[in-house]
Write a protein that binds this ligand. Structure first.
Ligand code: 3HC
Ligand code: NAI
Length: 647
């Protein structure tokens, strides 16, 4: 059966594309559209064509799975042009999302209508490429240069309402989309047709505009947004045909780039993450009501995340004061969302009304899942789980958010450990996407599956981790920090190391990040282990903490900070403190520094893979990207290392 079908409603031909899951434009779709345009041009009974899609969305773009292979004709730019040149006007009827090649096909249609909830955008830069089928050439002709720059360099889709305002669609249909689109087409036939987009003039902008846009695009840290801008700029100064050739060349060059390969790998890994093979066929337990024990930094963040996903939350604290603080933290998070225009006042009220609080564990009786986020002390946690055992339903899932404790020592406090698992969120839990899921040997399959289902519901990237100190992420972090300290011992300046890692694409270097989070947490953990007899050599961080330098919160850590200023300043006090530890070896350039550190990340990743703590290299990459700020256009440390080996 073909992915394209046609039926007739009077003089309107309705073309339906049905290519699950997201109607991506594959070779078959491109061929089919050209054949239908030819067929309908010759059909004297047809006055106009409505292009609609089956399933959850309009065309979500070119088929990304074809990007690793040589391009095969007919090419998408030619398909778009063929639709534009059709003798009968085509009307794109958009529901779900018209993205990338999907939006470009819609621009080849003479008209575009969309239902209220539709979205339109050019997300190609998020895949390391630029639009390759006239997105940077037709959009400025349709909506102006400024809108085109925003679409193509940010990659962010806009709502149907915004699309109407910027002129990329002609109408928002309130009722049933197809009916509305047919009525729109019939009405349009009563008037002279508008010019095809390619024939419309394009405005020019002055140098100041392009300079500003370039600065903005450069902030992304990788090539594609700058190239998208370059292509729009070219399109604003050249003929349509010249601009199309220019765009196509950049598209093809970038499509073959390392950055695009990395971003594609991350795209597919993220989509595969919530449904790994080991839970695919297991039905998760239903979760509608979540209990959270501990309303501190993590508990409040997890509560906000659960509420935002539509879950009911019961927050448990030690006393009324702590409970009030937890509630206030959740409120502050939502107030921040209102300030950023992401939430309305009524929306906040609705979310807060789904939050209840208590100091009595008996109020967790109706919860389907309880997440513990109390102090990181084994005795405190075991007590909490004994209470949960007493008060929770016997089928309720019980989870810990511990960072470093052995989950088996916590679960053994329960009568039935099959309902237990680790759900390791990252701070701030309402923002960070990573969720490490840590089963104990007894964890039931459907409990594990429920962890992944929860991750998906919360919009997180869930990754299974085995039991070891620090699970995947914090264990790799430890190795990373140790290697960074080794560089300092070799005589590389702290500021040079941080700058090199920013140059690589991290938002912060390893030392700046520690100053922000505080050096004392890891210090106390090492001290605790030493007290229990572990032989842990003195780290440079230990030396700093012992002399009162805990990071920004104590006025200084690896750097000095002026009062009320978060700008790190190289510290002579630190140089003095560490002088005896430092030998002056050869200086390294920024690439050599970042290479050393990323190799350390990948090396620990290899060990973790061999031990079975991580299931796949791409899981490790997701952990680093979503929990630790690794630049996604480098694919994660494991992808990066493999790419290095290939080149
Ligand atoms: N090509 C191939 N497969 C795609 C795809 C694409 N463009 N977009 C999504 N898929 C696949 C996913 O891999 C996933 O497959 P799986 O079920 O086997 O894991 C499945 O479709 C569903 O995807 P999601 O889980 O993301 O589904 P959602 O319903 O959550 O989201 C969506 C739907 C908003 C359309 C989202 O999938 C999306 O944003 N897709 C990417 C859109 C995109 O980047 N388009 C541009 C492509 S490049 C291009 O068009 C170049 C052109 O200019 C020439
Ligand atoms: P926190 O100190 O901010 O909050 C802990 C809260 O638990 C406090 O509000 C306290 O009153 C409450 N509490 C203590 N005992 C309790 C009990 N018996 N019953 C009810 N409430 C109780 O600590 P934070 O940072 O939120 O950490 C919590 C857990 O999350 C720890 O296990 C930690 O290792 C883990 N974690 C922390 C991360 C972070 O960056 N802070 C990141 C990931 C995990």
């Amino acid at each position: 059966m073909s992915v394209l079908s046609v039926r007739y409603q009077g003089e309107i031909a309705v073309v339906t594309l049905d290519n699950p899951p997201v109607n991506a434009v594959s070779e078959e779709v491109r061929k089919g559209l050209v054949a239908l345009a030819d067929q309908l041009d010759e059909d004297t009974g047809v006055a106009a064509v409505v292009l609609t899609c089956a399933g959850r969305t309009f065309i979500a773009g070119a088929d990304v799975r074809e990007f690793g292979k040589p391009p095969v004709g007919p090419h998408l730019p030619d398909v778009v042009t063929r639709l534009e040149q059709a003798k009968k006007p085509w009307v794109a009827a958009i529901h779900g999302a018209a993205l990338g090649g999907g939006f470009e096909i819609a621009m080849g249609c003479r008209f575009r209508v969309a239902d209220r909830s539709a979205k339109v955008g050019l997300p190609e830069v998020t895949l390391g490429i630029i639009p390759g089928a006239s997105g940077t050439v037709r959009t400025p002709r349709l909506a102006g240069v400024e809108a085109a720059v925003e679409f193509a360099t940010s990659g962010k889709p806009v709502s149907a309402h915004q699309a109407l305002q910027s002129g990329v669609i002609d109408k928002v249909i309130d009722g049933e989309l197809l009916e509305g689109a047919i009525a729109f087409a019939l009405e349009a036939l009563n008037h002279p047709l508008p010019q095809p987009v390619s024939a419309r003039p394009v405005e020019t902008r002055d140098e100041a505009f392009w300079e500003k846009a370039k600065k903005q695009a450069a902030r992304a840290g990788y090539q594609a947004p700058l190239s998208a801008l370059d292509s729009i700029r070219f399109a604003s100064r050249h003929s349509f045909d010249e601009a199309m050739a220019y765009e196509r060349q950049i598209f093809l060059d970038l499509r073959a780039s390392d950055e695009a390969a990395a971003l594609r790998a991350v795209f597919f890994a993220e989509r595969a993450a919530p449904r790994p093979a080991f839970v695919k066929d297991t039905k998760p337990r239903p979760v509608a009501r979540v209990g959270i024990v501990g309303g501190g930094t993590m508990g409040a963040g997890i509560a906000s995340s659960c509420l935002s996903a539509g879950l009911n939350v019961v927050l448990i604290e030690r006393d009324d004061e702590a409970l009030a603080r937890g509630r206030q933290s959740v409120e502050r998070t939502f107030a921040g969302a209102i300030k950023r225009g992401k939430l309305s006042e009524e929306g906040k009220e609705t979310l807060m009304s789904a939050l209840s609080g208590s100091t009595d564990y008996a109020d967790l009786g109706e919860c389907d899942l309880v997440i513990e986020a109390v102090f990181e002390e084994i005795s405190v946690k075991r007590d909490v789980f004994k209470n949960l055992d007493r008060h929770c339903r016997s089928d309720a899932i019980l989870a810990t958010n511990t960072s470093y404790l052995d989950p088996r020592e916590i679960s053994s406090a329960l009568k039935d450990s099959s309902r237990f698992l680790g759900l390791h969120f990252f701070s701030p839990a309402n923002v960070m996407k990573l969720l490490e899921i840590v089963p104990v040997p007894e964890t039931a399959d459907d409990v594990l599956a429920s962890g992944f289902a929860l991750g998906k519901q919360l919009g997180k990237v869930p990754v299974r981790a085995g039991i070891c100190e620090g699970f995947i992420g914090n264990r790799i972090l430890k190795r990373y920090r140790a290697e960074a300290e080794t560089l300092v011992r070799e005589g590389i300046a702290i500021a040079d190391i941080d700058a090199a890692m920013r140059g690589f694409g991290f938002k912060m270097g390893p030392f700046e990040a520690q100053d922000l989070g505080g050096l004392d947490i890891a210090f106390l953990q090492r001290e605790g282990a030493r007290a229990e007899g572990a032989e842990i050599p003195e780290t440079l961080g230990d030396i700093l903490v012992r002399s009162g330098r805990k990071g920004q919160k104590s006025g200084g850590g690896w750097y000095d900070y002026a009062d009320g200023d978060r700008t790190p300043r190289p510290s002579s006090a630190v140089s003095d403190l560490l002088a005896a530890q430092v030998t002056n070896g050869p200086q390294l350039d920024p690439e050599e520094i970042s290479e050393r550190l990323v190799r350390a990340l990948a090396a620990e990743g290899e060990v973790i893979l061999t031990e079975g703590v991580a299931h796949s290299a791409s899981d490790i990459d997701l952990v680093e990207i979503h929990g630790y700020g690794f630049p996604r256009w480098k694919g994660g440390p494991m992808f990066w290392k493999d790419q290095r080996l290939r080149s």
